[in-house]
Ligand binder design. Structure first.
Ligand SMILES: *Cc1c(COP(=O)(O)O)cnc(C)c1O
Length: 423
């Protein structure tokens, strides 16, 4: 690896996924490194939305059963398309709800406190929505989160140690929920070991895959994970507010959904309109009401691209991109007080690079003014996500040059060191 621009161009030439970039709408004159917050629109996703509108226009109510993608089966179809990304059986995945509502549903279904076993174990670095949801689920069951919610601490505020998490799996824990990839530092948790250790102690365990799905392959069924959930607007490129997804291990098929609705029904029975639920005997049972079809449609197109590219190829390129970015940051920016705070080990690094700097908020503003889109995470972090499906090695090189100029010329000092409303 060297730091010349010609080397970046060479890596782009060797890149077998390079042609997928042409399928995406890239913002003009922009180096977009924020695909871990909102992935870009692809032509396929756009087409899928147009097809959905056309089926509404053409078939009206009959769109439930007619047209290219009958609406009644769309959540299941999208689940089937998602399954290879996470190493799941097709019946174990359903596209429904949002990350947070799916976490509510799964906690309502899997958190069954009994006797001394009342606590929920989570971590201190997870995304706030997960923490709010878990605390409110405790309260719904009459438990005070101050006493029944355990958050494993991080030694450096960036990384979690598997041993610390395992040590917290005490016999009063009824449920464990952890992220697959930490949203800030990008650390990949050892989902296999954590699942093994949880099960040795008879504790069900679920993972939030918001930051890992579409960037990192999973083997949920092999690892025997109990459940998982995710959003689809980050690495899965399904657009703002797109419908999320969930996984339930087949050994739990038949478990009663904590939050039931008529879409929890077996598809054959649903329109019998009975007041006793006959639940679906697969992950579909964890749906609630009518699917948000217009917000699910883009996923049909975007998952098509994942099927073509293959998640293992995506992971390989993603790691090359982040490795290259880290290398450039280390060589070109060593004088400017940055700390590379994501894990260095390849297998522990998710889809983005995380650097820290006391002036992070205003460095991000200066980057944006110069056409680079990163994102800022409080208190002092900058996330840079070069995405395998649409970013290039040359863009990574250019980003580092722009950042270097900003630091050399102290241009970030023109901005206040505070985050915007949306960071
Ligand atoms: C993005 C993200 C969410 C967002 O949840 P929504 O319900 O889609 O708003 C939740 N958890 C994690 C870890 C995330 O990264």
């Amino acid at each position: 690896m060297n730091i010349e621009k010609t080397y970046a161009a060479y890596l782009d030439q060797q890149d077998e996924l390079a042609h997928f970039r042409d399928e995406f709408y890239l913002p003009e004159n922009t180096l977009y490194l924020d695909g871990n917050s909102l992935g870009l629109l692809s032509k396929q996703a756009e087409q899928a939305v147009e097809d959905m509108m056309a089926s509404w226009k053409t078939f009206a109510i009959d769109g439930w059963a007619k047209g290219k993608e009958p609406w009644y089966y769309l959540s299941e179809k999208l689940g089937t398309m998602t399954a290879p990304l996470i190493g799941a059986g097709t019946e174990e995945v359903i596209v429904t709800g949002s990350a947070t509502t799916n976490l509510h549903q799964l906690t309502a279904s899997f958190y069954q406190p009994e006797g001394r076993k009342t606590k929920i174990l989570a971590d201190s670095l997870n995304f706030p929505s997960d923490i709010y949801a878990l605390k409110s689920q405790l309260q719904l069951k009459g438990y005070d989160p101050n006493e029944h919610f355990i958050q494993v601490e991080s030694k450096d505020d960036n990384l979690l140690d598997t041993k610390d998490i395992v040590n917290a799996m005490t016999d009063d824990v009824a449920l464990i929920v952890l992220p697959g990839v930490l949203y800030r530092s990008g650390q990949v948790l050892d989902m296999k070991t954590l699942t093994d250790e949880a099960h040795k102690r008879g504790i069900p365990i679920g993972f939030d895959l918001c930051h890992s799905i579409g960037a990192v392959p999973h083997r949920l069924s092999d690892w025997d994970v109990d459940f998982a959930f995710w959003c689809t607007y980050k690495h899965l490129n399904a657009g703002p507010g797109s419908v999320g997804g969930l996984y339930v291990n087949q050994k739990h098929f038949g478990r009663e959904p904590g939050l039931a609705g008529w879409f929890s029904s077996s598809k054959e029975k649903q329109f019998d309109m009975e007041h006793t639920l006959t639940q679906a005997q697969n992950a579909g049972a964890f749906q609630i009401g009518t699917p948000h079809l217009l917000s699910a449609a883009p996923l049909l197109g975007s998952l098509e691209i994942f099927t073509q590219a293959g998640i293992d190829n995506i992971r390989q390129k993603s790691l090359q991109l982040t490795q290259y970015l880290i290398k450039l940051l280390e060589t070109e920016l060593s004088d400017y007080g940055f700390t590379i705070a994501n894990p260095k080990e390849t297998e522990l690094r998710g889809g983005h690079v995380y650097i820290e700097h006391p002036d992070a908020a205003r460095i991000c503003k200066a980057l944006k003014a110069d056409g680079v889109v990163p994102d800022f995470r409080k208190p002092n972090g900058i996330r840079l996500a070069p995405v395998a499906l649409y970013n290039t090695f040359t863009e990574v090189w250019e980003t580092v040059q722009i950042l270097k100029t900003i630091m050399e010329e102290k241009r970030y000092k023109h901005y206040e060191n505070e985050r915007g409303i949306i960071a």
